[in-house]
Design a protein around this ligand. Structure first.
Ligand code: SF4
Length: 323
């Protein structure tokens, strides 16, 4: 690699200090940046995987109000953890977080491991998350590479580089003195300045060391699909009928949703129309008021906020005024 940054330690030092200076002055004020509590940092890192900051902000405070400590999370029922996660999607994260909290409390006397190595032995914690928690909460000099960091490094070196090489470069660059801030600064730079479509190179704190100073060809986006979905809202008195997703459903297993209809009922208008996106599919959802459906279970409406509903079910029930 003939990028000056990676050949000259003096360049790397200057890069680090320019980035950290920028971060100190410009970083967004986010609740998980105001704490040193490893549990809270861990929860934020899990929520931030595949979810936008704005969506995490809505759920983070509420989740921690419900499970303020790792002990509270470990002793909670899985259903109430999934209920608190509702709306964030990718529920496997919540299952793993719950299982990992149990492991920490039952096998590690409630002490969260302080190293990437120890953290990686917990369910749901891979290389990225382990390094993020170890560096931010415990000051371990480990680099993180997420999509933002990958893009910044590719642009800085001026071309496509393999993932192992990207990790290696990130490890070389990470600040030994402030690894947590450095990692967050790299991610912040990718999220706010070195964005995918229109990088703002004129205000970029590291443009001096950047070989690209502009967008580079991105990986082709996965094609999106649009699908129709017909659902039934069955209400009797103060109860609503919901069905539980079975193990055959690879995602959101065990969560509650409205019964699905094979086709739209003839001659009646839908009660509600909502749009919903899951991964690469955009759903056009139409909901009909139906008087009876055989399958499912009746739930008292006042209990709906406490059961693990899918994000779509929650959206529809909010839309129709039931929660
Ligand atoms: Fe990204 Fe431009 Fe900064 Fe290079 S100079 S890192 S392309 S924002």
């Amino acid at each position: 690699m003939d990028c000056a940054l990676f050949q000259d330690p003096a360049h790397r030092r200057l890069f680090r200090s320019a980035l950290l200076r920028w971060y100190d002055g410009q970083k967004r004020d986010l609740p998980w940046r105001r704490t040193q509590d490893p549990y809270r940092i861990w929860v934020s890192e899990i929520m931030l995987q595949q979810t936008r900051v704005a969506a995490v902000l809505e759920h983070y405070r509420e989740f921690l109000a419900r499970f303020p400590t790792i002990q509270a999370l470990a002793t909670a029922e899985l259903d109430s953890v999934l209920a608190a996660w509702s709306g964030l999607g990718y529920y496997r994260r919540a299952r793993h977080l719950h299982a990992a909290a149990k492991k920490v409390v039952e096998e590690l006397e409630g002490e969260i491991p302080q190293t990437t190595e120890g953290l990686r032995r917990l369910p749901g914690i891979g290389r990225y998350t382990a390094a993020a928690i170890a560096s931010i909460a415990f000051g371990e000099a480990s680099a993180v590479v997420d999509g933002n960091v990958e893009r910044v490094l590719q642009r800085v070196v001026g071309g496509q580089i393999s993932m192992p090489e990207t990790w290696r470069l990130a490890e070389e660059l990470v600040s030994r003195r402030r690894p947590g801030d450095f990692n967050q600064a790299m991610m912040e730079l990718g999220a706010t300045i070195c964005t995918p479509e229109q990088p703002r190179c004129l205000v970029c704190p590291v443009h001096r060391w950047c070989a690209t100073r502009g967008p580079i060809a991105q990986k082709r986006q996965t094609a999106r699909e649009t699908r129709d979905l017909f659902q039934a809202l069955v209400v009797r008195g103060s109860k609503v009928k919901l069905v539980r997703r079975s193990r055959e459903n690879s995602v959101m297993t065990g969560m509650w949703e409205l019964p699905e209809l094979d086709c739209p009922p003839e001659g009646t208008e839908p009660l509600a129309k909502v749009k919903h996106s899951i991964m690469n599919t955009d759903y056009r959802v139409r909901v009909w008021a139906v008087s009876e459906i055989r399958r499912g279970r009746w739930w008292p409406i006042e209990q709906l906020p406490d059961i693990p509903l899918t994000g779509l079910a929650r959206k529809i029930l909010r839309h129709t005024g039931h929660i």
